[in-house]
Write a protein that binds this ligand. Structure first.
Ligand SMILES: *Cc1c(COP(=O)(O)O)cnc(C)c1O
Length: 393
């Protein structure tokens, strides 16, 4: 029955567990431990917990389990494990399955912290990494080796919004026996078709669209039951990266409105990208669904909408970018995204500041580049704010 529900119904109901009080809203089980009625019950639970039997919040918790079930249901995976942040999810997804001597191929266009996990942490423990241009399938093919255990990429890259062909990369990876791990934040769980396209493991920072109101950190790893419960859960429960019950509750409430919010934000983002395109003060307007995007056809085949983020490149470089940012009235300068509030980020001096200059050039992170996360405000108000700030430079 629940299998047949559409996303919006699942977002409101799937995974709900009610206590003996029959509470309407999902309860926050703010408890780290669970009481056993007898010593025998404690012993049995440590041997093998039954369904909905909990031991310790680092291992699992009823509120967290509701969130895991709900996210797995909308993503279309057998199971999910909720983590303390998006980075705990990326780290857990990869480190839990890799060992010294393994090889990982990853797209180069990555969030700084993901690069740190791949190159610094995994490298330190004897895992070899090859970085490729994620949009170049020949580079993926050439990078595969007999010991390639996993491939990793952001399906839509931050901040230049390149689209990676999930199906094509998954085919290459699977032919080499490698697991496909996708960081799917920019696609959002609403527009994700990652499972259908061949991804094995899908990671989200729920800090972004799932909370969507700028309150809590969180992450989730989605995949097959065997991988989630045997590989990921074992690693996470012993290393301490599980999500707190309170944050899981905030995320559950976020999921109830996720579809409405993401669709409204994505519709607005596309209208704003179209309104900005051709402005003489901009050298580039980046959005996966714009006619000018080199991968528009792939984006349309892979996602139902272009997402909630656009990036623009100001011809006047850093100076113009800073004047533009400082002149905005509705948009807030910050480094989050996917929020109800519209947000702007200057990647070259903040999120990607530490990248060497040549890497910034390779990744298209120019001094004039600004990432814009479109929120829930009125689209015309947002366009007017962007236009007046462009006038101010
Ligand atoms: C934000 C983000 C992360 C990290 O998530 P946190 O919740 O901040 O730890 C990872 N990948 C992508 C693509 C992100 O946007």
């Amino acid at each position: 029955m629940t299998q047949d529900w559409k996303t919006r119904t699942k977002l409101v109901h799937t995974g709900a567990r009610r206590s003996q009080y029959g509470e309407m809203s999902e309860a926050i089980f703010l408890t780290q431990g669970f009481v056993y009625e007898t010593a025998e019950q404690a012993e049995a639970r440590f041997v093998q917990p039954g369904p909905d039997e909990f031991i310790y919040a680092r291992y699992g918790n009823p509120t967290v389990a509701m969130l895991e079930d709900r996210i797995a249901a909308i993503e279309g995976t057998e199971d999910a494990f909720a983590t303390a942040s998006g980075m705990a999810a990326v780290n857990g997804a990869l480190v839990s399955m890799l060992r010294a001597g393994d090889h990982v191929v990853s797209a180069r266009a990555l969030f700084g912290s993901c690069l740190y996990i791949l190159e610094e942490i995994l490298g330190r423990f004897g895992v070899e990494i090859t970085l490729v241009d994620g949009t170049d399938l020949d580079q993926w093919r050439a990078a595969m080796r007999p010991n390639t255990k996993a491939v990793f990429f952001e399906s839509v890259s931050n901040p230049t919004l390149e689209v990676i062909d999930i199906r094509a990369v998954a085919d290459i990876a699977h032919a080499a026996g490698a697991v496909v791990v996708v960081d799917n934040v920019f696609a959002t769980p609403i527009y994700s078709r990652a499972v259908e396209l061949g991804a094995d493991v899908i990671v989200y920072s729920t800090t972004k669209h799932v909370d969507g109101q700028g309150r809590c950190l969180g992450g989730v790893i989605c995949g097959k039951k065997e991988y989630i419960r045997k590989t990921v859960e074992t690693y996470m429960k012993h290393t301490g990266g599980s999500m707190s019950p309170f944050n899981a509750w905030v995320m559950l409430k976020g999921l109830e409105t996720l579809d409405l919010r993401v669709r409204a934000q994505a519709t607005s983002a596309q209208a704003i990208a179209e309104a900005l395109e051709g402005d003489p003060r901009l050298s580039r307007v980046l959005h996966p669904f714009l006619d000018s995007h080199p991968q528009q056809a792939l984006a349309k085949a892979q996602m139902e909408a272009g997402g909630t983020v656009i990036s623009i490149d100001l011809k006047g470089g850093k100076e113009a970018a800073f004047r533009f940012l400082n002149a905005l009235e509705i948009f807030k300068i910050t480094n989050n995204l996917g929020d109800a509030k519209s947000l702007v980020t200057h990647p070259a001096t903040t999120t990607h500041q530490r990248l060497p200059e040549d890497q910034k050039v390779t990744l298209g992170i120019t001094p004039g580049l600004i990432r814009i996360s479109i929120g829930l405000e009125d689209t015309d108000d947002l366009i007017a704010d962007l236009k007046q700030a462009l006038d101010a430079i």
